[in-house]
Ligand binder design. Sequence first.
Ligand code: GDD
Ligand code: MN
Length: 374
Amino acid sequence: MRHDILTSRAILPAETLSLEIAVVVPTLNEAGNVERLIEKLSVVLAGRGWEVVFVDDNSPDGTSELVRRIGRGSRHVRIVQRVGRRGLSSAVVEGILATAAPVIAVMDGDLQHSEDALPRLIDAIADGADIAVGTRYVAGGGIGDWDKDRAWMSRLATRTGQIALGTDVSDPMSGFFAVRRDAFERALPRLSAIGFKILIDLLASSPAPLKVAEIPYEFRTREAGESKIGARVIAEYAELIADKTIGRFVPVRLLKFLMVGGLGVFVHLAVLRTILGTGSAFVAAQTAAVMTAIAFNFFLNNSFTYADRKLKGWRLVGGLASFYAISALGAAANIGIGTWMAGQDERWWVAGIAGVVVGAIWNFAMSSALTWRK
Ligand code: GDD
Ligand code: MN
């Protein structure tokens, strides 16, 4: 693919002003957009000391190389190229950490965020806000030409986020905002950096409530390239919300593991019933049900609980074997503790639950250390 590099005077030459503002732009296959974006930034940021930091996840369309070519002609343009990594939020965090600017604006690379609002975001910080949010949901803003489904989905996600995090920011899903570096740094140790929604994460991770300014803008239609939204983005959003709410008390991964275990009970019972229906002996049916439920739990944990460490190919075989071994020991621990408790406490169900809890924690701890070790 060939890209003509704009050498308009709007981009060149380098400023001698001191660095005042960095625009961090996460990109995944945005080669068709970055030149126009840089050109637009050059216009709206003229007269300020600025740079743009693209954080590109090694896009196959050559976005990184294109940015580097432009960067050789302009000190305003920088790149962080990540290899073997994915994620909008983590890209933004790394972009912010890669610049010295005292104020950072975050903006999509596909021209959907209207750059006209950028100076207002920056000026709101100068006027005392910790963070200035570009919003589609106050007068003067808008969602552009999104269809009904997408608009409804965004509304739902917005409400969920507002309720879960107890924030009244009108557009916590926005990916268009400016933040003072010190406000960002205070939130940094607690950031989840999961998925697509870094603004929600920042608002929820700040030790003290941030002073927020809201700046309306109209969300534009994407012209080149395509949106990365999909099932994975939605799942990661649910995970971020979980991490920011219950995640403070219990690790989200443990919750997922327990959910899978709960489903495993149903699988177990279904298999048991089916095999008993064929006239088979209980011990045989129960054994088959246990083996099936453990395999079911293994595969579901592999793609859900441990999606980030997913085992593939031959490693699945070793993983399954270790999971069987761990589960067998977990069952032994379950029975041992339960039996011991039954001697201490009259109530049968207390002993039963004690066994289950110990067995489950054993399975979780051991499988995360062995089966899905980092
Ligand atoms: N580095 C990196 N890694 N960048 C990514 C990744 C990734 O895994 N996924 C997406 N991006 C980049 C895209 O290239 C684009 O520049 C930006 O992040 C937004 O991605 P889109 O796929 O265009 O998202 P969208 O249009 O559905 O939603 C966006 O707009 C919302 C409204 O403001 C998101 O940016 C939301 O955060 C935003 O709220
Ligand atoms: Mn977009």
